[in-house]
Design a protein around this ligand. Structure first.
Ligand code: ADP
Ligand code: ASP
Ligand code: MG
Length: 877
């Protein structure tokens, strides 16, 4: 039977300590248990390739001994930790290095050929120690010299450095190699990354970082089931996570995207390692040796297509630009062919090109081209026959990577504002439509990446594609803050409620009151109308009723609900703000004597008699929405709400004809807004309209949308600042009464959803925790991509050990309550708590799939911890 091969590559840091080798042994054992035959490819110990790269140069300068010592020491230390006699095992390599260093110092010269031989020693030594260790651990390991397995494609160009230091190999399926390896009686084959042989049998290198490519060549030759790249980060991220801790894990990529990322500088994969696996559709997993339990990134042909999307920002430094001025030559036939032929003759491959009528600028990656100062000098000299050529550098290429990037231009526009402060030498957009690249001065790059990342990914939540951020995975968790959410305190009661009633929403009266108190600090607001669409539970409404709040209703059903609960409620405490409502709805509202808001002029034209002589508020669209998702922005070009300011004059005319009194103006820009100036800006917008057109206006209703911080430790809305902006407005416009319509702000924190775990599943490395209820009870995550904190209430104090997707039982892929959440070891029967579910939770639930959604329970503030008193409401049918 042909073996099923898996190729595992371990990078420099992954092979540098005993602990990591213990992990390597465990991973190999797991693969054997899966029935796979592992081929393990290793890099040199971390830092060794750099030291070897320096060795010849330093030897020539008489400092070879120091460098040699810095190469021996880490190997001996690792050998000692592994309880091996490293001195004896590595003696031949140490001696050879000494000999070569001495030779170089005598000759005063180091050829690329010699450089390759020296640098190959790093991987040879690391694998020698590794094989001895694995054998001692009982894994039968065969050490193989990879130069017997990988041969370079013959390269004819004149760039000798490139031929020896950055070579490429053939990787077609290799039945004879498969046979030889299959016949090998050992459990594991261990070999080197980075090195290969050329036709003459000499040692060559595959370019810095090239061990990934060695592993990919072997995976293709062996037609492996999978290639695993084990490194020091748990996958590919939206940016280098060591630079940008808010970078998110990319859970899936297709080969093209991964290729683009690697080419544009995401060092985690060597740019040449994608092609061999793509050619044979071999899946590639990127995993972390220090955290093998984390899911990592899967690169495969099966990555979900999410349409146009920027997936990552990468950056490549150390770039040289060659700028060629071509005055007078541009129109000549063959000019480009001539200059590019020069690059070809020098064995240099070009990355980016920009042309104008008088200038051609190209970028060169000195690493991939093995381009040193001497080669550059020679190139410029040769080009001078055709044009005035000069080198610019060091530069950096900053790239936005993602599919169909051209379709995103309008969305990217705000991000491009950051370029105002940067000098850009070259802009390039790949023909493949996979990247947008900018060449800037190298010292500008990090700042630019940081700002672009914040702009493009700052507001993103985890989903099926984007996993947790680096910070979420690794940053030390802040100590539990004194402002613990109420459900920490009431854990026991909640568990008891869940035992009897889960799945259920639970509301905490104390939190409702606390939010009310907070809102009262905004003294500039004269009247508050609670938007009862957010949560219309009778007990919740009672709290607000008793506190003297008004209510904002959007439908006759809401009006009726309110009247039934509070039959004596004064009409001026009710505001009716429907949209696209039928004539009867207005009729009924006028009959009740409540405030009515109109948001379409056509209603006046269609039903003039209905409105004649009435007093109304009118909703305007301030033209620019705000909020956490497109669907919650309720103003701007794509929103159905409000009338355009341009229609104010027409409204004036209609109002005069109908003796309609416009007593108030209203605008509401969206939901979840954390910018404290928003409401004062809305007030100003409305006041200007009132002054220009509507002298009878007394009330300015600045809407709701007050944001709630959705993570512990993240600052929420600064109410003091809201107050001070509004006070300033009021001082300038004392004649208006200011109204506010908060909904979510008052109730979100007060509610949680409790649901029991039904099943747990692991599939393709991803872990799912299934709950008894999902989007049928809480649709916000599916509808808006809303983030709700999720905790295991049964194990509140246990440390988080796993990354999971929390899903419901509904037959929809989107039935996910939280992606990539960190939870403790969780078992069926545990109660999970979904926080901040007090707003737009129960009110939006459905019976989809004929599943009963969560019921609602109200915990009064006075309930004794041991005997919860609660009011239960079953869902109205
Ligand atoms: P190895 O020695 O295991 O081959 P490398 O140092 O070559 O590891 O690659 C891993 C490094 O790649 C990470 O430590 C990280 O700093 C860097 N890196 C750059 N861009 C990215 C990215 N987009 N996602 C993940 N890692 C990245
Ligand atoms: N050891 C080599 C380098 O540091 C190859 C690798 O690690 O991938 O470049
Ligand atoms: Mg690497």
């Amino acid at each position: 039977m042909t073996p099923r091969w898996v190729v595992l590559k371990f990078g420099g840091t992954s092979v540098s300590t005993l602990t990591r080798w213990e992990t390597i042994a465990r991973i190999i054992q797991d693969r054997l248990a899966e029935g796979l035959r592992p081929v393990v490819v290793c890099s040199a110990l971390s830092g060794i390739s750099n030291a070897l790269e320096r060795l010849l140069r330093e030897a020539i300068a008489g400092r070879g001994a120091e460098v040699l010592a810095s190469i021996r020491q880490p190997h001996l230390a690792l050998g000692q930790a592994m309880a091996l006699d490293a001195e004896a095992l590595l003696q031949p390599y140490f001696e050879e290095l000494e000999r070569i260093a001495l030779g170089a110092s005598l000759l005063g010269e180091a050829t690329p050929r010699l450089q390759a031989r020296v640098m190959a020693m790093g991987e040879l030594m690391a694998t020698t120690l590794g094989a001895a260790y694995l054998n001692r651990m009982g894994l039968r390991t065969r050490w193989w010299d990879v130069r017997e397995l990988l041969e370079t494609v013959e390269e004819t160009h004149a760039n000798e450095a490139r031929r020896y230091l950055s070579a490429t190999c053939a990787y077609g399926p290799d039945p004879s190699l498969q046979e030889r390896m299959a016949a090998e009686p050992s459990d594991v084959i261990l070999t080197q990354g980075f090195i290969a042989r050329n036709r003459r049998g000499e040692t060559v290198l595959l370019g810095r970082g090239g061990s990934d490519t060695s592993a990919a060549y072997l995976a293709a030759k062996l037609q492996a089931q999978r290639l695993e790249i084990w490194t020091d980060v748990p996958g590919m991220f939206t940016a280098n996570p060591r630079q940008i801790p808010s970078a998110r894990l990319l859970r899936h990529l297709d080969y093209d995207e991964a290729q683009e990322l690697a080419t544009t500088g995401a060092k985690v994969l060597h740019p040449r390692c994608l092609e061999p696996v793509r050619a044979y559709r071999i899946p590639l997993h990127v995993k972390s040796t220090d955290h093998p339990e984390l899911e990592g990134t899967i690169v495969s042909a099966e990555a979900p297509d999410v349409g146009p999307r920027v997936k990552a920002i990468s950056c490549k430094t150390g770039i040289t630009l060659v700028s060629m001025d071509t005055v007078g030559m541009w129109q000549q036939v063959g000019f480009l062919a001539d200059v590019f032929a020069v690059f070809k003759r020098h064995g240099l491959s070009i990355d980016l090109v920009a042309t104008s009528e008088t200038n051609v600028t190209v970028s060169l990656d000195p690493q991939a081209n093995a381009l040193g100062p001497a080669q550059l000098e020679a190139l410029l000299e040769a080009l001078s026959a055709y044009c005035q050529a000069r080198a610019i550098g060091p530069c950096a290429v900053v790239s936005l990577v993602g599919r169909h990037i051209r379709a995103l231009l309008d969305e990217l526009a705000p991000a491009f504002e950051v370029f105002g402060e940067h000098r850009i030498y070259l802009i390039s957009q790949a023909a493949s439509d996979l990247n947008f690249s900018f060449v800037v001065d190298e010292d500008q790059a990090e700042r630019l990446v940081r700002r672009l990342h914040a702009e493009l990914f700052g507001r993103l939540e985890a989903d099926a594609l984007f996993g947790p951020t680096w910070r979420e995975l690794f940053a030390p968790k802040p100590p539990v803050t004194p402002a613990q959410p109420w459900w920490h305190r009431r854990q026991k009661e909640l568990l008891e409620v869940a035992r009897q009633h889960a799945p259920c929403y639970v509301y905490d009266e104390g939190t409702l009151s606390a939010q009310l108190e907070a809102l009262r600090t905004v003294r500039a607001i004269d009247r508050v109308f609670y938007a009862l669409k957010a949560n219309d539970h009778p007990e919740v409404l009672r709290v607000f009723y008793e506190a003297g709040l008004g209510f904002e209703c959007v439908s006759p059903g809401e009006l009726k609900h309110l009247r039934q609960l509070f039959p004596t409620l004064a009409p001026e405490r009710v505001l009716f703000t429907p949209n696209f409502a039928a004539a009867e709805e207005y009729q009924e509202a006028f009959a009740q004597g409540i405030f009515v808001t109109l948001d379409n002029l056509q209603a006046l034209e269609a039903w003039p008699e209905l409105f004649r002589g009435r007093s109304v508020l009118v909703r305007f669209d301030p033209g620019r929405g705000a909020g956490h998702h497109r669907y919650v922005r309720t103003a701007g070009a794509q929103s159905k709400f409000g009338i355009a300011p341009a229609d104010a004059e027409r409204l004036c005319t209609l109002a005069n004809q109908l003796q309609l009194h416009i007593i108030g103006l209203h605008a509401h820009v969206g939901s979840g807004i954390l910018q404290p100036e928003t409401w004062a800006e809305t007030a100003l917008f409305l006041a200007e309209l009132a002054e220009a057109y509507f002298p009878e206006v007394r009330y300015l209703d600045v809407g709701g949308g007050l944001g709630v911080a959705d993570r512990t430790g993240v600052p929420g809305l600064d109410l003091e600042a809201v107050e001070s902006h509004l006070e300033r407005f009021k001082a300038a416009h004392p004649r208006y009464e200011l109204w506010l319509e908060p909904g979510r702000f008052l109730v979100a924190d007060a509610g949680v959803l409790l649901a029991r775990v039904t099943q747990i599943k692991t599939k393709n490395g991803a872990r799912y925790i299934g709950l008894e209820t999902g989007m049928n009870s809480l649709i916000r995550p599916t509808l808006y991509g809303a983030y709700h904190e999720i905790v295991n209430l049964s194990r509140l104090d246990a440390p988080a050990t796993q990354t999971v997707d929390v899903v419901g039982p509904i037959c929809e892929t989107g039935d996910v309550l939280g992606y990539s959440r960190r939870l403790p070891d969780t078992q069926p029967g545990d109660v999970l708590l979904i926080a901040q579910a007090g707003a737009y939770g129960a009110v939006m639930q459905s019976h989809y799939n004929r599943r009963q959604p969560a019921r609602e329970i109200f915990l009064s503030a006075t309930a004794a911890p041991s005997t919860p008193t609660f009011t239960q409401t079953t869902v109205a049918s």
